[in-house]
Write a protein that binds this ligand. Structure first.
Ligand code: PEP
Ligand code: MN
Length: 263
């Protein structure tokens, strides 16, 4: 179902009027974690003003250490609904567990499956059964074939709207947090009809590399970007090193807009 031969037309995923895969690249931005309603509202206002058309924000955080900040959890769901209401931006947020699936599905417009859960097949099956749109991140040790098979699970169990997201893979390279595999963009476009976006924040792990890799992703044909933005990155409770401040995001948005316009 995910393969090109299953669907000769490219899939356009429409999230409340925002069309992913419809030609113009979509900019999704926001904080790694909601942290508190003020950070979320501040970030939402700024990214909207700079041209983002969807808001990303985590409340269930898959942290590598159990002692790191774990996110607001269910208590954060109402903040997501408030942000959507106030700014009219569709919300992208991760669901980590089947236990929280109904609650997340009610409050989020595009449910994210994180890199660490890409091969959690029981989660994929249950998300598939909701029939709701999904942002499927590539596992950090997943081949493109593994990733498309994960998409296949979602589609086989009832999703129609799957957006793929390249977010960097583990390689021997240590100068960046992950290695952003931009090859995956044209490869996925050849193998699948599904839209593919790029996450240059997790893909590099360093805010100074986010703008050049965003530009490269758009030039490579990505259908959009998902970028971490925080009002004060040095105070962020998660992923501050790779988060842009508002000014940096504004510049990035203008730059990728010019590249998209020239394609
Ligand atoms: C995130 O989007 O904040 C996140 C945890 O992403 P990934 O699953 O790609 O690491
Ligand atoms: Mn993050």
């Amino acid at each position: 179902l995910a393969g090109r031969e299953a669907c000769p037309e490219r899939t356009v995923v429409d999230i409340g009027g925002v069309r992913i895969g419809g030609g113009r690249p979509v900019l999704i931005a926001g904080p790694c974690s909601a942290e508190n309603p003020d950070v979320l509202m501040e970030a939402a206002a700024a990214v909207k003003a700079s041209g983002a058309s969807m808001l990303r924000v985590g409340i269930f955080k898959p942290r590598t250490s159990p002692y790191s900040y774990q996110g607001l959890g269910r208590d954060g769901l109402s903040a997501l609904r408030d942000a959507r209401q106030e700014f009219g931006l569709p919300i992208v947020s991760e669901v980590m567990s089947v236990r929280d699936l109904d609650a997340v599905a009610d409050s989020v417009d595009l449910m994210q499956v994180g890199a660490r859960n890409m091969q959690n097949y029981s989660l994929l099956v249950e998300i598939g059964r909701t029939g709701r749109p999904v942002l499927l991140k590539r596992g950090m040790a997943a081949t493109v074939a593994d990733w498309l098979n994960a998409a296949e699970y979602l589609l086989a169990y009832g999703c129609r709207d799957v957006v793929l997201c390249e977010r960097g893979i583990r390689t021997f390279e240590r100068t960046t947090r992950f290695t952003l595999d931009l090859n995956a963009v044209p490869v996925v476009k050849e193998l699948s009809h599904l839209p593919v976006i790029v996450d240059p924040s997790h893909g590099t792990g360093a805010s100074r590399y986010v703008a050049p890799m965003s530009a490269a992703a758009i030039a490579a044909g990505a259908d959009g970007l998902i970028v971490e933005v925080h009002p004060r990155p040095d105070e962020a409770l998660s992923d501050g090193d790779q988060s842009l401040d508002f000014e940096q995001f504004h510049a990035l948005s203008a730059h990728v807009g010019r590249i998209a316009g020239a394609l």
